[in-house]
Design a protein around this ligand. Structure first.
Ligand code: BDP
Length: 639
């Protein structure tokens, strides 16, 4: 009974935002029209980058106000052309596309037509046929606008969608950045400026995720929240459906198993579904049948004076629990050890653009490696990736774009309120993914600064209130004095680069320094610890024995030194290890980066370096010790 009460409390807290952001799915009542492909594009190269607004480029076809080039969507625009000024462009760029909408979408005024952008970096303004329909701050999260009413005003007009995107960062954006104007005319040309930021990945920009139109009936399912639990072999799915466009709707909610059989149903908009002989959602390598998903089908029927509306939305649901003690992390009450990776959304040519071949390749590589988890360093990843995680049982630490918060002015109220809003959007989008087991509110902020304590306390408490069912963390660097947020987190996540950024070349310091790191943090906070980053750069193919930095041998040895300490501490309170990084990735240019960060165990083209084999052998061994593998996958790992 207590557990059920807790489920009620969790759900109410999770419904703070007033509209939902359900992933757009087709159903018998909903259609989708993808707008991926080629868009017309122009960067606004005017000195103040504002000509597009001054000359109202959104009012007519983009080609009528100046030259345009082809730009693929989704993709970052930076690496698409041979023009270095576009690669390094800062300011507004303009995208445009015309689409023919099916006539019935216009004639049927019982339909909503929604324009949705999966993500665009960083600030976006959207017009349809010259009328502004929405704007949104922040990359990495979706936004949408209802445009049916507008299209119906003049059904003879084609639907012209214009999206202006600006990648300029400031002290209050997430991540933060600054624009620096160089005014010394003896050294810089007129108008020269650069964008500075304190994070170690290229600030790719553009429309990064799919753009689409979808329909719903006027009365529709706006949001669904599920929170799951189980008692013995009965699953409990506490759900709440929020409906818009009607004040009274008849509802049928059905939970369907993988075989398509109805397991349990209800006619209420909220309640607890009891699932007999439950198939729990298990992580990859922890169970023979990982990633089990039920389908929660929500059907609503509403009537007004003129019509009857029916809406159907089906949400995948994994039934599992997550808990933390002072020394362990539990999934379904069984200890879970994170043996995984940190990733980036990053690849040749497309930058941060969503790319299915890349996504599937990365999942195949993670499974080959024996990785059971990853952290979405350093921003929320595409929903399509989280759906893959749900299906394959890959566990996720879901991180906000709070990276590179190093300037004291980024700890003020403007920054905090934006950071809180981003957590709202993140939790609203990702709350129903069984793969997401923890929220990370930030990476390596300058947490030693005086305002940091209040900032992180507020942020972490807010996130816990939004979602009391998942632990919350932020990622700290190895500097033990930077612990202002640590009292509030559920799990300590520490990044360290011993024998790399400190004591370069001295592999022998790793065991003692890592031991000190763990003992310090655990001794003070008595909370479980994840080594959330460690690693070393390698220029692939570079060899030296005895090992020296940047060679394949050195990266292998760094890993092995860390692993020996993990093996002692994981018997105590270390609950995971995430390598930095899964693959090489692009950064801004600088003297410490040779065409990007090379700490990947795979190259940017996804070929293994020598360290990948060390990791693979280890992860399969760990899986064998901590999971429940069938015989055929037992250590030694498969070829
Ligand atoms: C860590 C950062 C990560 C960097 C990494 C590195 O969290 O973003 O890429 O260092 O320097 O501190 O390789």
């Amino acid at each position: 009974m207590l557990r059920v009460l807790w489920l009620f409390a969790a759900l109410d807290a999770a419904l703070l935002l007033d509209t939902g952001m359900l992933f757009p799915r087709e159903s018998s009542s909903r259609e989708r029209k993808e707008l991926n492909g080629l868009w017309a594009f122009r960067a606004d190269g005017s000195p103040n980058r504002n000509q597009g607004f001054e000359s109202a480029w959104y009012k007519s076809r983009l080609a009528e106000t100046g030259p345009v080039i082809d730009m693929p969507v989704p993709a970052s625009y930076n690496d698409i052309t041979q023009d270095p000024t576009l690669r390094d462009f800062i300011g507004w760029v303009w995208y445009e596309r015309e689409v023919t909408v099916p006539t019935r979408w216009i004639t049927d005024d019982g339909l909503r037509v929604v324009l949705r952008v999966g993500s665009a970096h960083y600030y976006s303004v959207v017009w349809v046929n010259g009328v502004k329909v929405t704007e949104h701050e922040g990359g990495h999260l979706p936004f949408e606008a209802e445009i049916g009413t507008l299209l119906r005003k003049d059904p003879t007009m084609p639907c012209r969608i214009t999206i202006a995107v600006n990648n300029t960062l400031n002290l209050h954006t997430l991540p933060p950045g600054t624009i620096q104007y160089m005014t010394d005319r003896t050294r810089y040309p007129a108008g020269f400026f650069v964008q500075n930021y304190n994070f170690d990945f290229f600030n790719y920009a553009g429309i990064h995720r799919p753009v689409l139109l979808y329909t719903t009936p006027k009365a529709y399912v706006d949001d669904i929240t599920v929170v799951t639990d189980f008692l013995d072999n009965t699953g409990l799915v506490r759900y709440g459906v929020s409906v818009k466009g009607t004040t009274s709707a008849a509802m049928k909610v059905t939970l369907i198993d993988k075989g398509g059989h109805c397991v349990v149903s209800s006619n209420e908009a909220s309640g607890v579904l009891k699932v007999p002989n439950v198939n729990l959602w298990w992580p990859y390598l922890m169970h023979q049948n990982p990633g089990y998903l039920y389908s929660l089908e929500v059907r609503l029927k509403a009537t007004d004076e003129s019509s009857t509306y029916e809406d159907v939305y089906t949400l995948p649901v994994g039934i599992r629990t997550v808990n933390v003690s002072s020394t362990q992390f539990f999934i379904n009450n069984k200890p879970f050890y994170f043996h995984g990776v940190n990733k980036h959304e990053d690849a040749d040519i497309r930058g941060k653009g969503l790319d299915w071949p890349l996504i599937v390749k990365d999942f195949n590589l993670m499974k080959w490696l024996g990785a059971n988890s990853f952290r979405t360093s350093h921003y929320p990843y595409a929903e399509e990736i989280l759906q893959m995680c749900d299906r394959h049982g890959i566990v996720v630490i879901d991180e906000s774009p709070g990276v590179g918060i190093k300037d004291i002015r980024s700890f003020g109220n403007a920054s905090l309120s934006h950071h809180l809003a981003v957590m709202d959007e993140l939790v609203r989008r990702d709350k129903n993914h069984p793969s997401v087991v923890m929220w990370s509110v930030a990476n390596e902020p300058a947490a030693e600064m005086p305002p940091a304590e209040n900032y992180f306390k507020t942020l972490i408490m807010h996130t816990k209130a939004l979602d009391p069912t998942r632990p919350v963390t932020y990622i700290t660097d190895s500097n033990f004095s930077r612990d202002k947020g640590a009292p509030f987190v559920d799990v300590i996540c520490v990044n360290s680069y011993f024998s790399w950024y400190h004591d370069p070349g001295h592999l022998e310091v790793i065991p003692v320094q890592l031991n000190t790191q763990f003992e310090d943090w655990y001794g003070k906070y008595k909370k479980p610890i994840i080594q959330s980053e460690y690693g070393a750069d390698v220029v692939p193919g570079l060899h030296n024995d005895p090992p020296v930095m940047f060679t394949e041998e050195y990266q292998k040895l760094v890993l092995q030194q860390y692993h020996s300490v993990f093996d002692q501490k994981r018997k105590k309170y270390v609950i995971g290890e995430l390598i930095w990084n899964f693959a090489d990735f692009m950064t801004t240019q600088g003297i410490t980066r040779v065409v990007g960060n090379k700490k990947g165990v795979f190259t940017r083209q996804r070929q293994p370096k020598a360290a990948a084999f060390i990791l693979k052998e280890r992860y399969w061994r760990l899986a064998n010790e901590t999971g429940a593998l069938p015989l055929w996958t037992k250590y030694p790992c498969p070829l």
